[in-house]
Design a binder for this molecule. Structure first.
Ligand SMILES: Nc1ncnc2c1ncn2[C@@H]1O[C@H](COP(=O)(O)OP(=O)(O)OP(=O)(O)O)[C@@H](O)[C@H]1O
Length: 311
């Protein structure tokens, strides 16, 4: 039994099904990614987990407590970082955090310690006394994350936490999430940025149109498209059909030949590159440039849904 069990979860808004019978399991301390484009149903799923929305059918169980039967028990365990920033702009970071800490009923002595701790975690201790209105969007979002961590949750829900943030804050957020997981906190992270999901997540569910199209580790998902590198060789001159036949007979791995480029699907692109270029040269093929493309979740998404993640 996992720490979080999502069981045939469905959410309808009127006649429209936003989440359609999805199921997944998350173990304690894992970072679980929900990857999908806008409208896939990620926020709806995470809002049900946060006990802000009720499921139409199905259930989510966190550490044996159902969001339907024991929402208060679930709420105690989780920290929620929503997409919208809910901070008082004229107050400082410390004042905002203290306000939220009191909402969580933290005792004053404990509260002060936790405020210092979470500010350090998001690397904003130095700026903590300034009003939030002086902060960049990314810094505000980091304070939002600090709020979600104040009461020491065992499960942290993060809904697209890096949308619209500067690169420095983005890196800080990604490193914070990694460190939380090392401390045993379970994290659910939604995003439409596949690079973040690949970097962070132990397991991933690919969502589209309210459904989970595939789930597993990043490696397992990449294996759906073959888990091979593509070496693209761009040509100086178009190849004759005779030359293409010779090339096809020479290279015994899978490849695609057009008159302007040749793509090879290989196990380890950088190891095979020199050999491939050497063979092409000996056959008189003039090469303009070369690109090695690693398999990624974007390719997997395209393969599963027929569309791009960033449509
Ligand atoms: N309150 C609502 N009433 C009606 N439809 C809704 C409501 N909330 C969301 N939807 C619809 O449900 C679908 C899933 O939305 P959801 O916000 O869960 O997706 P998402 O993957 O989180 O995308 P985003 O990144 O845009 O938030 C969308 O088509 C959205 O328009």
């Amino acid at each position: 039994m996992g720490f979080v069990e999502v069981k045939e979860l469905t959410k309808k808004y009127g006649n429209f099904t936003a989440v359609d019978k999805i199921s997944f399991t998350i173990n304690k301390g894992e970072i679980f990614g929900l990857l999908g484009p806008n409208g896939a149903g990620k926020t709806t799923t995470i809002s049900i987990l946060a006990t802000l929305l009720e499921p139409t059918s199905g259930d989510i169980v966190v550490d044996n407590y159902s969001v339907k039967k024991h929402p208060n028990k679930v709420r105690e365990m989780l920290g929620f970082v929503p997409q919208e920033i809910a901070l008082y702009h004229s107050l400082s970071a410390i004042e905002n955090l203290t306000f939220w800490g009191r909402m969580y009923n933290l005792k004053e002595k404990e509260l002060k310690k936790r405020v210092d701790y979470v500010l350090d975690l998001v690397s904003l201790s130095q700026r903590a006394k300034e009003p939030i209105k002086n902060y960049s969007g990314g810094m505000k979002r980091r304070i939002n994350i600090a709020v979600g961590l104040l009461h020491n949750p065992r499960l942290l829900l993060m809904d697209e936490p890096t949308v619209g943030v500067d690169p420095q804050s983005r890196n800080n957020i990604l490193e914070t999430v990694k460190n939380l997981s090392k401390d045993g906190i379970t994290v659910i992270y939604t995003s439409h940025y596949m690079e973040e999901i690949e970097y962070l997540c132990d397991k991933v569910a690919i969502m589209d149109s309210g459904e989970i199209k595939a789930q597993g580790t990043v490696e397992e998902l990449k294996a759906i498209v073959g888990n091979k590198d593509t070496i693209k060789v761009f040509l100086q001159r178009p190849l004759s059909s005779e030359k293409i036949t010779i090339l096809k007979n020479t290279f015994n791995f899978k490849g695609e030949f057009t008159d302007k480029e040749i793509s090879f699907l290989v196990d380890n692109g950088s190891d095979q590159l020199v050999d491939i270029l050497g063979k092409l040269q000996s056959l008189g093929v003039e090469v303009k440039s070369v690109d090695i493309i690693k398999p990624n979740l974007e390719k997997v998404f395209l393969h599963l849904t027929g569309k791009s993640l960033r449509d």
